[in-house]
Design a protein around this ligand. Structure first.
Ligand SMILES: [Zn+2]
Length: 110
């Protein structure tokens, strides 16, 4: 999976020093909560999409909720996710890509 070059995979904070393994890959997180949230989110996205893995997740937002786009090859899955205080997924709603605040690269004109 492609992850940001620096900073926490989930929230991009550059402080902290927490490493965890997600889908067999070592990733940097600022804290254990972000790691738990990210792992729960990955698990949920894989369950919903039926993908074997995810190439990349673009994340925008904060603790109140995050707009995300998961990428796998040329497939995209847009969703909005919120976590509870323990890092469990509270809501995960499908969201059309166009309605998401993070815009993927414009696809070719029709
Ligand atoms: Zn974080």
């Amino acid at each position: 999976m492609r992850v940001p070059e620096k900073g926490c995979v989930l929230c991009e904070a550059t402080w902290g020093d927490y490493w965890d393994e997600v889908e067999g890959q070592r990733m940097f997180f600022c804290c254990d909560i972000c790691a738990v949230e990210f792992k729960n989110m990955i698990r949920e996205v894989i369950a919903r999409t039926g993908w074997e893995s995810i190439d990349e997740i673009k994340i925008d937002g904060d603790y109140r909720g995050r707009d995300c786009i998961a990428l796998k090859g040329d497939k995209r899955y847009g969703f909005f996710v919120r976590f509870d205080s323990k890092g469990q997924v509270q809501d995960l709603n499908d969201r059309p890509i166009t309605g998401a605040r993070v815009e993927p690269q414009k696809s070719k004109a029709v």
